[in-house]
Design a protein. Structure first.
Length: 270
């Protein structure tokens, strides 16, 4: 069945992908069904490009991939970078020094390579969650003067909560901060959110807002929900995301993504 939609931005974790990194057969088939209906399916993830790419490959998705929460759009087929917005060197160096001085773990993403000071508890925690490769260099201040794509401070949820308030105030005019996991506090350049990436991508492809879809569950998906012509939140998602969505699907554990696609293609929603 054909649909009026031409472009779908699809979040990974707890939307398409389970906690163990697997994609259910129903969700895999739902992606195929969308493509057969004429919709370009694009992964839109907060993960680094390298870690996002393997899901696009597993789903055999040619074309663009949105990674780093929208800071990067890179074509899987050609390797061409369509968008890459980086953090200014000065605030990046300040955050590195703050983490070093206060004993916080920091992921530093530079040229699609992940650097950490050491492979400690939080580095292993992140590796277990994403499978991302990382390089321990002892001292991240040696990267002063560079422009990372993103940084993630990882700590206990209550620490990340507290620092989110402090850092949001401190960098209100110079950085975009978001939370994607209870333990994560992410720093990017202003305008680096999934909603802006969806707008940029749609404009490049000549797709109108009314022809775009977004599927998500987390706080960093909220800009994408607002940017799309029709947005679908997982029933297990954050309350703010569910409230902003055009339609709320069942929980991701119940293959909410596949249920939403079936409802879209049957004309029951959208």
């Amino acid at each position: 069945m054909q649909t009026r939609y031409r472009l779908a931005a699809i979040d990974l974790d707890e939307t398409l992908v389970a906690h163990d990194g697997s994609i259910s057969p129903r969700n895999v088939q739902a992606v195929r069904d969308l493509r057969e209906a004429g919709v370009m399916c694009v992964i839109a993830s907060g993960r680094m490009h390298e870690a996002t790419l393997r899901f696009a490959e597993a789903l055999d998705l040619d074309g663009p991939v949105i990674s780093y929460n929208g800071a990067m759009i890179r074509d899987r087929t050609t390797g061409d970078t369509w968008r890459h917005v980086t953090v200014p060197a000065e605030p990046a160096a300040e955050i590195v020094r703050f983490c070093a001085d206060n004993g916080h773990h920091l992921n530093y993403y530079l040229d699609d390579h992940l650097y950490v000071a050491e492979i400690g508890h939080w580095a292993r925690f992140y590796q277990n969650h994403t499978g991302s490769r990382m390089e321990a260099i002892g001292d991240l201040t040696t990267l002063d003067g560079t422009h990372p794509t993103k940084m993630i401070l990882i700590d206990e949820p209550e620490v990340a909560d507290r620092l989110f308030g402090v850092m949001s105030y401190r960098y209100a005019d110079s950085l975009y901060l978001t939370r994607t996991n209870p333990e994560y506090l992410e720093f990017m350049a202003p305008g680096c959110d999934k909603g802006e990436a969806l707008r940029v991508l749609a404009a490049r492809l000549g797709v109108s807002r009314e022809e775009t879809l977004a599927f998500g569950d987390g706080g960093n998906d909220l800009p994408m929900m607002r940017a799309a012509g029709f947005s679908i939140a997982m029933g297990s998602g954050k309350e703010a995301v569910r409230n902003a969505a055009s339609w709320v699907a069942p929980a991701f554990e119940q293959d909410g993504f596949a249920e939403a696609v079936a409802a879209l293609l049957s004309g029951r929603i959208g």
